[in-house]
Design a protein. Sequence first.
Length: 537
Amino acid sequence: MRYARGPMTNATIPDAAAERIAPAELALLGSVFVVAACGLVYELAAGALASWLLGDSVLQFSTVIGTYLFAMGLGSWLSRHIRHQLVAQFLRIELMVGLFGGLMPAALFAAHASLPVADGGAFHSLLYALVGLIGVLVGLEIPLVMRILKQHFSGRWALSELVSQVLTFDYLGALIVAVAFPLLFVPHLGLVRTGLFFGLLNAAVAVWALWLFRGELRQWRSHALACAAVVAALAAAMLGADRLTTWAEDHFYGSDIVVRETSPYQRIIVTEGAAGVRLFLNGNLQFNSRDEYRYHETLVHPVLAGQGAARNVLVLGGGDGMAVREILKYPAVRQVTLVDLDPAMTQLFSRDPQLTKLNGGALTDPRVKVINADAFGWLESRIAELQRGGEAYDVVVIDFPDPSNFALGKLYTTSFYQRVDQVLAAGGYLVVQTTSPLIARRSYWTVVATLEAVGFTTTPLHVHVPSFGEWGFVIAGHRPWRTPTALPPGLRFVTLADLPSLLQFPPDMDRVPAEPNRLSNQVLVTTFEEEWGKVAR
């Protein structure tokens, strides 16, 4: 006890009161930690969902974070108008943040599945309305906590110390959840359950405040019923999260979904139906089993057969193993190294019986070495190995997703192709999948210009894939590519007789002026979004 022995005086009462309410002090500081963690999760969840559903992660994250921070500032400004019943107002705000923030991912998933695809404006409006609302509510929280602490513990801390304590807990909570969100919560809970989990944490802060300040809260029973209702709603949504996600994805993809996986990098969906087996990454179609052979045969065989005697082949991307399947048709190939960022992809296409049937078990072939790493960084380490006497690659097959954001766009830059050049054998070739020369004509020729800026001689080619339409590739090397004289037996599409036609570009796909895509400008991403955005509209 802090007060001295003997009769209690007025001077000793504040110390005794401070001793009695010390748990509330600790609880409020702890609530700052939880509030910061929850607020950041809602921001990250909105940005991730916008990226998954709308593409262009940099644009989506930038606009979501900008809107969220502006709304938080507005909420902090509005907090000055809350002058009475601070604890009751804080409790109500926590319940609203928990309810709206916790349900936001589920609501956005449901809206994306049920709104017409062409009506992108309605989804955008809902997205930014929810982000703005939650941002305003989160912006109200910290000023209210500081005022409650000052009101109840005015004799304990100076203002500067109070601000320091609150912001320390605030930033600590943000740091921990920023690391845990992509590494722990999303892979194990998914976005919908992650949102609901943190919504329940916000509700728990409200319940804790209800109990701590039960003596000074008016209408305590009304507050208790509100807490119970919000907790019940979030708990029920948590129990039904799988059903909601399943319904939304089934409605969106329109086929029987046989694989649903969430990795730290992407949402992986495999469907099976009358249209065949299809792979979607973050909602974007990657292949259809009915016609993927057209794509992969054109990607692999012109470059590999043209090289003539490839023994050591590098595949960058292509975690589904389809390109590797085609490469293994060459008896001379003794080693294939596949570098793909996402272990969930390569494991799925190595183990799932239905998917390994599609790639012919290519990823478990003894000649294949699978490496899960970022290709940009991996090339740096591989260059260092080659400088110590390692073996260069006769052919490099680059099969990345389209450059729809800056993280992917860096894999189409002069910097990246310079690194590829350093691991390529002197007489080797590389081939790049390069989007549609019909729909994204400038994007396609930007890739060609980028390869030429590095010093490669290029051979553009294209093929019609029914699931995608006209699709383009570029073969590049330091010696001119020549039409091969032989192809492996059993190909379903590529023939020696038809190869020359793949190199002919009609006027609507012919070359247009384009500047190289550099790491410092990433013009390709902007061009790609502009050209494909016209199709979406």
